[in-house]
Design a protein around this ligand. Structure first.
Ligand code: ADP
Ligand code: 5GP
Length: 215
């Protein structure tokens, strides 16, 4: 017996390089009902990034217009570029009871947690096991110049300092273990009473069955 479920807004944040994109990718492969919130950004695409898949790459003018039209659920300036989560696909997913996965910074997480959709939020912060390992991961990812890596390292403490605004915190040391923990968190959150609006009706049915037995 399954009852209908309310969608979750699963927010993953971390300092750049701690591993949230890797974990997000694994989650998407694990559960094909999950929808990834493709953000809009004014930054340039990295090698291998596809428009409409990893991000919607846009100009500052178009980005600001979308914000002024209320089309972003949240938006923020990160590393000198604008990033935002388009509201339309999130609303559609929530209306159909689907879960949405977000890879956003602490500012975005805070805005979603304060939005009208706050009751759907599941927020998870990913910490690196050490600062040396964070640097090593940024360097071995090989996607950024030395200058960009230094900038990201300098800003990582700003992101880490918001760790305590999240419901769950994962120290991403062993990737497989972190992924197992992430799946456990999501599986449990999906079973929360508030996520199962059909429970009331189900229990009423149990009650009438129970009363039928008594007569
Ligand atoms: P973020 O999205 O947080 O910026 P990424 O997911 O791109 O970080 O990860 C940064 C780099 O670290 C990638 O090369 C990734 O393969 C690697 N990585 C992620 N998690 C781990 C882990 N637990 N152990 C070792 N390397 C990892
Ligand atoms: P990157 O340029 O490495 O893809 O992302 C840089 C940072 O921007 C990461 O911390 C990422 O989580 C954050 N980010 C990506 N998309 C969004 C978004 O839509 N909104 C906000 N607030 N942050 C985002």
């Amino acid at each position: 017996m399954t009852t209908s479920r309310r969608g979750l807004l699963i927010i993953l944040s971390s300092p750049s390089g701690a591993g949230k994109s890797t974990l997000a990718k694994r989650l998407m492969e694990w559960d094909d009902t999950l929808e990834f919130s493709v953000s809009s950004t004014t930054r340039s695409p990295r090698e291998g990034e596809e428009d409409g898949v990893h991000y919607h790459f846009t100009t500052e003018e178009d980005f600001k217009y979308a914000v002024s039209e209320g089309e972003m659920l949240e938006h923020a300036l990160v590393f000198g570029n604008y990033y935002g989560s388009p509201a339309g696909p999130v609303r559609t997913a929530i209306e159909s009871g689907s879960d949405v996965l977000f890879d956003v910074d602490w500012q975005g997480a805070q805005q979603i947690a304060n939005s009208a959709l706050r009751d759907h939020v599941l927020s998870i912060f990913v910490l690196p096991p050490s600062i040396a390992e964070l640097r090593r991961r940024l360097e071995t990812r090989g996607q950024d110049s030395a200058e960009v890596i230094e900038k990201r390292m300098r800003q990582s403490w700003d992101e880490i300092s918001h760790w305590d605004g999240y419901e769950y915190v994962l120290i991403n040391d062993d990737l497989d273990q972190s992924f197992e923990r992430l799946k456990t968190i999501i599986a449990a959150e999906r079973l929360r009473r508030r996520q199962q609006p059909g429970l009331m009706e189900f229990v009423r049915e149990l009650q009438s069955e129970f009363e039928g037995e008594e007569t």
